[in-house]
Design a binder for this molecule. Structure first.
Ligand code: NAP
Length: 248
């Protein structure tokens, strides 16, 4: 029996990519996994597929994490179905790239609202139950772009850097209650988010990655499981780069 057996985990944006790989990894280990995406049907379909692939317990919820009242309703629904949330993975994220001079205010706001305010909404919604249990794990998925910036991504870099500061502040608030809050900062991971990258740029990037491969969802899932595990109980407010050495 795994240490995650019977524990409730909410993974935002588990319909595709990194979130989906995390959902599968925890479902395989017997956790009760809730995922969300903006579209209810797509979230339920993804959950059914992950449950079938892993023989696990997975439920999908339609929820736009930028909408605080929708998040509160989802967290309530997850707790009713699976019991109080022990692990929250704030993974859902979007990009709307463009140079600052031409960036539309909507593109700035959409990225900050999803990547940063979305994580705030979810953390606020789950902490009441975690405080009652005096236990919990929050893992925020940032990016190496939040550490070192990237031209054309001022909105994304600001949101992802904000998520790191947010994590450190929240880690200090919750430490005395047995709740840890950490960041995973992925590098270049093969998902829909990076599918637009051309073969030439991919080759250039690969040359800069010391471990000489692009990452995958399973690389991030493994790090997420570590930070959620009992073995990581003395780690809080940390930033774990999972990037093949790209941003060292
Ligand atoms: P992805 O394949 O594009 O998946 C994004 C996920 O987020 C989808 O499940 C999507 O669900 C969900 N989502 C987006 N907006 C949402 C919203 N407002 N409410 C609820 N769910 C929402 O992206 P990914 O590559 O797996 O990225 C996952 C996380 O890792 C993101 O935070 C990203 O910034 C970060 N990251 C990725 C990379 C990379 O190279 N891929 C690198 C560094 C960091 P629906 O579309 O079904 O709504």
């Amino acid at each position: 029996m795994s240490e995650f057996s019977g524990k409730t985990i909410l993974i935002t944006g588990g319909t595709r990519g990194i979130g989906r790989a995390c959902a599968a990894a925890f479902a395989k280990d017997g956790a009760r996994v809730a995922i969300c995406g903006r579209n209810d049907d797509a979230a339920q379909k993804a959950a059914q597929e992950i449950a079938a692939e892993t023989n696990g317990e997975v439920r999908g919820f339609g929820c736009d994490i930028a909408d605080a009242s929708a998040v509160d309703a989802m967290v309530k629904a997850v707790s009713e179905v699976f019991g109080p949330i022990y692990i929250l993975v704030n993974n859902a994220g979007i990009t709307r790239d463009g140079l600052l001079m031409r960036m539309k205010s909507e593109d700035w706001s959409a990225v900050v609202d999803t990547n940063l305010t979305g994580a705030f909404n979810c953390c606020r919604a789950v902490t009441r139950d975690m405080l009652k249990q005096r236990a919990g794990r929050i893992i925020n998925v940032s990016s190496i772009i939040g550490i070192r910036g990237q031209g054309g991504q001022t909105n994304y870099a600001a949101a992802k850097a904000g998520l790191i500061g947010f994590t450190k502040a929240l880690a200090q608030e919750l430490a005395s209650r047995g709740i840890t809050v950490n960041v995973i900062a992925p590098g270049y991971i093969d998902t829909d988010m990076t599918a637009f990258i051309t073969e030439d740029i991919r080759k250039e990037l690969l040359e800069k990655i010391p471990l000489k491969r692009v990452g995958n969802g399973e690389d991030i899932a493994a790090a997420t499981k570590f930070l959620a595990s009992d073995g990581a109980s003395y780690i809080t407010g940390a930033v774990l780069q999972v990037d093949g050495g790209l941003a060292m």
